[in-house]
Design a protein around this ligand. Structure first.
Ligand code: GLU
Length: 283
C-alpha cells in the first residue's frame, strides 16, 4: 500500500489536514506500506515558502515521516504539458475564454426559472466556447466531454471506495460525465494545468495505491477516474473521510486560523491530544 498527503502551501494546516495526514499515515503503517508527501503548489499566486516550511514542521511534530525528496507540483510542469499535448493531439481539448461571470450569465439567461446544474467544479459549463475555435494561448483548455466519451467507446467506468459515506463500488456512466460533470477545465488560464490533471498524473507517478482525502472531493473522483482511463493510468482505491467541523458544524477552512495546528501547539497541546480530538488511535 502507498498512500499520500497532498496539501497546498496556501495557509496553515488545520485539524482537518491533520486528520487526512494521520489517517493516510496510519493506513500505510498498518499495511506495512509507504506514506508519501506531495506539495500541491501549482497556484504560484497563492503558494508561499513559509507555509510549505510550516507544513513540514507540523507534520514532523505530529510524528509523521516520509521519503525524501518530496514531490512538488511546481517541478512537474513538463509532465503536465506533455499530457495536455497528448489530449490536444487526440482532438479532445478546446480553448475557453469565459470567466465565471460569463458562465453564470450563459447558464441563467435562456431558461428563466430553471435551476442551473452544478458539477464537481461548480456550474456545469454551457459549452459557449466549444466550437468557437479560439487560439489565444493564454486561454484555459477545456475537455470536450461528449467527444471524450465517444472516443473511449462510451464506457462505464468504475472505482472502489472504502470511506464511510460512500463505501462500495461506484459506476460512472457517459450520462454522468456529459450531463453531471461536463466540459471541465484541464489547464487554467496562465497556469498550464489544473488540480484535476496534476493530481491524476502525480498519483500515478508516485504509484499511489490508496487515495485518502476529504469527503468534499468524492464527486471530483469521477473526473480523476475518467482522466486515468484517458491517459492509460491505473485507478487507485479511494477513501474519502469525514470532514472535521467546528462546534457550530461549519467546515474548517484554512482561514480559520483558530484551528491551525500551530495554534494548538502554541497553546501547549501534544500530538496525542490532537489524535484524541480527532478520535484517532494512539500509536
Ligand atoms: N491539494 C488538495 C487540498 O489541499 C488535496 C487534493 C487531494 O488530496 O487530492 O485540498
Amino acid at each position: 500500500m502507498r498512500t499520500r498527503f497532498a496539501p497546498s502551501p496556501t495557509g496553515p494546516l488545520h485539524l482537518g489536514h491533520a486528520y487526512s495526514a494521520l489517517l493516510a499515515f496510519d493506513m500505510a503503517q498498518a499495511a506495512g506500506g509507504a506514506f508519501l508527501l506531495r506539495i500541491e503548489d501549482i497556484d504560484q499566486s497563492r503558494a508561499r515558502p513559509q507555509w510549505e516550511a510550516q507544513i513540514y514542521d507540523d507534520l514532523h511534530w505530529l510524528g509523521l515521516d516520509w521519503p525524501e525528496p518530496v514531490m512538488r507540483q511546481s517541478d512537474r510542469m513538463p509532465s503536465y504539458r506533455q499530457a495536455l499535448a497528448k489530449l490536444d493531439a487526440m482532438g479532445l481539448l478546446y480553448r475557453c475564454t469565459c470567466n465565471r461571470r460569463d458562465i453564470e450569465a450563459a447558464v441563467s439567461a435562456p431558461q428563466e426559472g430553471v435551476e442551473p446544474a452544478f458539477g464537481p467544479d461548480g456550474l456545469i459549463y454551457p459549452g459557449t466556447c466549444r466550437n468557437a475555435g479560439h487560439t489565444d494561448s493564454n486561454a484555459a483548455f477545456r475537455l470536450n466531454m461528449a467527444k471524450t466519451c465517444d472516443l473511449l467507446g462510451n464506457p462505464v467506468l468504475e472505482f472502489s471506495e472504502t470511506g464511510p459515506a460512500h463505501k462500495g463500488s461506484h459506476r460512472i456512466t457517459p450520462d454522468d460525465l456529459i450531463n453531471r460533470i461536463g466540459d471541465i477545465v484541464l489547464a487554467r488560464r496562465d497556469m498550464g494545468t489544473s488540480y484535476h490533471l496534476s493530481v491524476v498524473l502525480d498519483d500515478a507517478a508516485q504509484e499511489i495505491t490508496d487515495v485518502i482525502r476529504g469527503e468534499d472531493l468524492f464527486e471530483a473522483t469521477k473526473i480523476h477516474v475518467l482522466l486515468q482511463a484517458l491517459l492509460d493510468l491505473p485507478t487507485p482505491a479511494y477513501h474519502h473521510h469525514r470532514l472535521i467541523r467546528d462546534e457550530a458544524g461549519k467546515r474548517l477552512a484554512k482561514r480559520d486560523d483558530a484551528r491551525a495546528i500551530a495554534k494548538y501547539r502554541a497553546d501547549g497541546a501534544s500530538p496525542a491530544d490532537i489524535r484524541r480530538m480527532l478520535a484517532l488511535p494512539r500509536t
